[in-house]
Design a protein around this ligand. Sequence first.
Ligand code: IPM
Ligand code: MN
Length: 376
Amino acid sequence: MRPARYDIVALPGDGTGPEVVREGLKVLSALAENGPAPWSVREFPGGAQYYARTGREWEPEAEAAARAADAILLGAVGWPGVTLPNGDIAGAALVLGLRQSLDLYANVRPCRLYPGVRHRISGTFREVWSPTNVDFVIVRENTEDLYAPLRGRLRRGDATELTVDTRVITRKGAERVIRYAFELARRRRRVKADGRRKVTCVDKSNVMEGCRFFREVYDDVARAYPDVERDYAYVDAFAQWMVRDPEQYDVVVATNMMGDILTDLASVLQGGMGFAAGGNVGDGHGMFEPVHGSAPKYAGQGRVNPFATFFAVEMLLRWLGERHGDERLTSQADRLEAALARVLASGNARTYDQGGSLSTSEVGDRVADAVRAEGR
Ligand code: IPM
Ligand code: MN
């Protein structure tokens, strides 16, 4: 089904979240300037700061809107010292909650170094990495593993005696995310068009039962994709190979917690967290976000890098377009990507993290101008 207009819900959240989402929406408006936009955007507050003010993480209307939306753009949630009575971060409902309740089982995190962007590894060999050899995607399982809400604490008297986090790996959870990774390997566009398609299964199957199972399911799923190369890595070794020789990776699939850690590490190859965007996708819903979080230290200064949010917007448009077979959206995603690549290559839209001095909103203005210049 192809709606005339897509309903996008924006949840700016906490800290620097609203600062970058504002720029993301600015760029989205620029894309829609020359004609009726095939989308509309509704924005709702929520998160830890909202919780501190109101005692609620968000309003029931916000939750209902997010659940009914065609796509969600999330900023970031979390604020120091603000937790729920059970100890979880306040605002978790917007991120962990929606991942669970909308069954957003694949967390898709591309790692690509664009020309003009400085990677964040310094030292003698810094020129080893270049835009032609950092272009892979980590697909992180997003609903189970150590994130399964099966945990507890045993208190006797005033003392805590033990805590338990249960690592859950199900056939259903593993199968669907691994299939997602193989499908992505078939269709994704690569910087190097050498035709090689590969899915690397990252796990700790030399030790953990859940990981052995994850790898077995990987082998089952892989049989249906003889055109895609199989590849296996233990997570500890993978962590160094990814940094040392990123060019050998295409699509990487990992369980939730390992994927969480690896994607922050991977971001240094693509310019830092200021460039890392993620899509939380399931069969029926999609939520897109910059990976960097609310960054309390920088909140309110208007200095953070908004590119991660621009890439999240691009992913959102592409996901909607592909899902609905709607060329209007995929062409806008292409247009945005071309504008982003051009602005980055120019080297004159840099925030502090890239050695520049532009503010978040000045970068937003330049990208919006580049979008206009890109034509329709
Ligand atoms: C991420 C974040 C979240 C996670 C936090 C904010 C709960 O680190 O999206 O990677 O752990 O998944
Ligand atoms: Mn994380």
